[in-house]
Design a binder for this molecule. Sequence first.
Ligand code: MN
Ligand code: MN
Length: 467
Amino acid sequence: MSDEIKELKEKLFSGRKNGYDRFDSTEQAAMEAYCDGYKSFLDKGKTERLCAVETIRLAEEKGYKPYVRGMEVSSGDKVYLCNRGKSVMLAHIGKKSLAEGAQIAAAHIDSPRLDLKPNPLYEESELAYFKTHYYGGLRKYQWVTIPLELRGVIALKDGTTAAVNIGAEEGDPKLVITDLLPHLGQEQSKKPLAEAVPGETLNLLLGSRPIGDEDDTGRVKLAVMKLLNEKYGITEDDFTSAELEAVPAAGACDIGLDRSLIGAYGHDDRVCGYAALKALLDLEETPEKTAVCVLADKEEIGSDGVTGMQSAAFDTFMEDLCAAQDVPVRVCFEKSFCLSADVTAAYDPDYAEVYEKRNAAFVNYGIGLCKYTGARGKSGASDADAETVAYVRRLFDDAGVIWQIAELGKVDAGGGGTVAMYMANRNITTLDAGVPVLSMHAPFETVAKLDCWETYKGMKAVYEAKN
Ligand code: MN
Ligand code: MN
């Protein structure tokens, strides 16, 4: 190749390369420390409620105070509001008025899992089970024959709540969903993947030891109920007002001989949630504009509901903050910017056929921007405008953030959504960006440490933006 052609290529072609070829090695130790913090965040927050608790603990450690309506808020103040124990909004009040807009990062802290049905407990063939109803888009065949733990709450009529934790502590028993043995799986093996494990077979095995005499019936169920009553003081009817979630029992760990990756349950979307939170908590100075971090619930089932991103809870929180500065919230929103921080699909060479390689997100290529998500002809996407993408390119480049731009997969291969459209619908300029994930929505997902770190840096760049 002539020097002239080489020069021309360097000048005109995209410089897209592996993040490790651009990575500043002096950041290595900080990246590892960040990822250690992230792994601990994951292990402590396997449900949205637990994640909210851990978020508040970390925020209070950094001087955040619970927001109370009517409270005076001035530049430099750090406040948070927890919405019904399941989503958290945090704000670091900026130097400029909220009339100049806020810099928002919005992620979600709910993840696909198996919820218990309202009448979950039963006995069949002298085995006791819980019936489940899956939450979010999960591939049912992945949730059998893996150790599961049960987390959540049982709300009692007297107004108290019992926190349930079966399987998370050292030495605890775990729960499991059984599967057919291959020897008898001939017919099942012929079924399409989506049908091979029907939703009604996702039943959690709870016990097998009967109590009482052999002429008694329902003895195994009774034995289980007795144990639950001893531990939580509940009776069968109390399941009616419970939110119990079966989640993978495995903890977060390094993956690969080089420890370059992290395997865990719930990367989607706690990997962006943690980045958005940690970047906010690590702000050393009062930001120019008010920095807001939203950790929403219910994204995996459409962002509906009182704790989802479509809820007026966010508008109310912002309106209250704006009211303290005599600013109409609509004025704030139209000047605000939101990074919808959610994961994207990482290119998987084993399933190359569903990706379009020129527009796929790659592991170790940094935080992945998505101009649009959605399905088919961009249906369900907010489709950020070119100016917004340019704005984020500049922010990230100025802050030395390693980033890439991608689509979720091939056109017509499927699709997905995020909270982006719900923010954009509020008249907030919004762009999607997040960590590329391998085996997204599986009980054990994989991400690259470099991408986690660059996402954190990206969030920081958004909060620290001067305009
Ligand atoms: Mn997500
Ligand atoms: Mn998801």
